[in-house]
Every structure is written in structure tokens, then in C-alpha cells.
Design a binder for this molecule. Structure first.
Ligand code: PRP
Length: 216
């Protein structure tokens, strides 16, 4: 798998990056430098395999990959759909499974059924817009939030939210529920289109190894 050029990976910070590195280890790709929790380094290198890794905020991962600053990225499908960048999605890594849903108090069900002009709070305004405008043909007002989106209906900022549901406990603990499901989500591997051409051999080999491991 050696080559003169480094293959660069952008990994979404946090749990996804840790899971990705565990999976990579299983196919013999390690990056010892990354295990030092005290390190303030931003870029980690495996000289033998000519690989570089860096951690980035999830929504920035597709940006690094589109511009070719990273050849490969790993990030949630929610971010890939929301950012809508020019990247190839090549592999479902199977972890980080959750659902993108419309959620709110049970009383909001009726507002959805009657296609009322409602307020929708979300960290994912593009996904929310696409769902309501293109799939449901319902005109809504979308309010962008950056986190703790469940607050929206609780403080009457919005009627419903479009957000990720994993275990459902945040909803339950706040008297909210899933009203409609938009799509399933999980961690995906994305590739820069030029890298896919130029480094086709190495990338295909990597994807094949990961796929075999995931299917095992
Ligand atoms: C995510 C998501 C929900 C919660 C869902 O938030 O936005 O709030 O997790 O998980 P659950 O169904 O298991 O309760 P995150 O923790 O990423 O923080 P955020 O609210 O700041 O986006």
C-alpha cells in the first residue's frame, strides 16, 4: 500500500473518529501518534504507509474533501446530506447509526397532517427545507439552531424540530416524540473525485479491505 504521495484522511472529531481508528486498526492501519491524548498536534502521520490523518469538526469534513485538502473523509451521513458537497460517498461504515426525524410534542401531529405553516428549528436547515418543501410540499419557516435543538418546542421558538434521534432519550426526557422519520443515518466514507481517479488503486484496496472486514 506504499506510494510516494501521502493519502490524507479527515475524520469527524469525537466518537466517529475513535470508531474509525478502531476499524482501521483491524485492517492493519495504525497511527500511534494519534493515541497520545496529551498531544496538541493537528496532523498525524504513518510514515510507513504514507498516510496522514487529521481531526476536523464534522461539518468541515466534506469541505476538506471537496477541495482535495483531504483525499478521504469519515463523517455522518447527516453532515454529508446537509453540506451537499461534490464528493463521492463510497462506503457505509455501519456505526453511528441513528435517524433524522421530525420531532415535537404529540400535539404537533395535527399541524403536520394539515400542512399548516409551522416553524421548524434545526441544525440541518437544508435537510429540513428539502423534506418539507420537496417531499411534503409544505411551506414552513425554518429556524437554524446550533445545538440543543429540543429546546425549540419547549420554549415555543418552534412547533417542531428536525434532528437526529439515536436512543430517543433526549426526546423522552423532554416530553417530545418522533412525529415523522426522514431517513436513516450512519457514518460514511467520502472521497474527493480527483483523488478517486489519481489514487484509484490505493483507495479501492482500502475500501475493499474495510468492506470485507465490515461484512465479516
Ligand atoms: C444529538 C441530537 C439530539 C441527541 C439525540 O445531540 O441533536 O439532541 O443527540 O440522541 P438520543 O436520541 O440518544 O437522546 P448532541 O448530543 O450531538 O448535541 P447537540 O444537541 O449540541 O447537537
Amino acid at each position: 500500500m506504499t506510494n510516494d504521495r501521502y493519502l490524507t484522511f479527515a475524520l469527524g472529531k469525537g466518537r466517529l473518529a475513535n470508531k474509525t481508528l478502531e476499524l482501521f486498526e483491524e485492517i492493519g492501519i495504525t497511527c500511534e501518534e494519534m493515541k497520545d491524548k496529551n498531544s496538541r498536534k493537528l496532523i498525524f502521520v504513518n510514515e510507513d504507509l504514507k498516510l496522514r490523518f487529521f481531526l476536523a469538526k464534522g461539518p468541515d469534513v466534506p469541505t476538506y474533501v471537496e477541495y482535495g485538502a483531504a483525499d478521504i473523509g469519515v463523517v455522518g451521513r447527516d453532515t454529508i446530506v446537509e453540506e451537499n458537497r461534490n464528493v463521492y460517498e463510497v462506503l457505509d461504515l455501519g456505526f453511528g447509526k441513528c435517524r433524522m426525524c421530525v420531532c415535537g410534542p404529540a400535539s404537533a401531529k395535527e399541524l403536520l397532517q394539515h400542512h399548516e405553516r409551522i416553524r421548524v428549528a434545526s441544525k440541518y436547515p437544508n435537510i429540513a427545507k428539502d423534506y418539507f418543501y420537496n417531499k411534503k410540499h409544505q411551506t414552513v419557516d425554518i429556524i437554524k439552531l446550533n445545538g440543543s435543538v429540543e429546546l425549540g418546542p419547549l420554549v415555543e421558538l418552534s412547533d417542531v424540530i428536525v434532528d437526529i434521534v439515536e436512543t430517543g432519550s433526549t426526546l423522552r426526557e423532554n416530553g417530545l416524540e418522533v412525529l415523522e422519520e426522514i431517513c436513516p443515518l450512519s457514518a460514511r466514507m467520502i472521497v474527493n473525485p480527483v483523488s478517486m481517479q489519481m489514487e484509484s488503486g490505493r483507495i479501492r484496496e482500502l475500501v475493499a479491505k474495510l468492506r470485507t472486514k465490515l461484512e465479516a
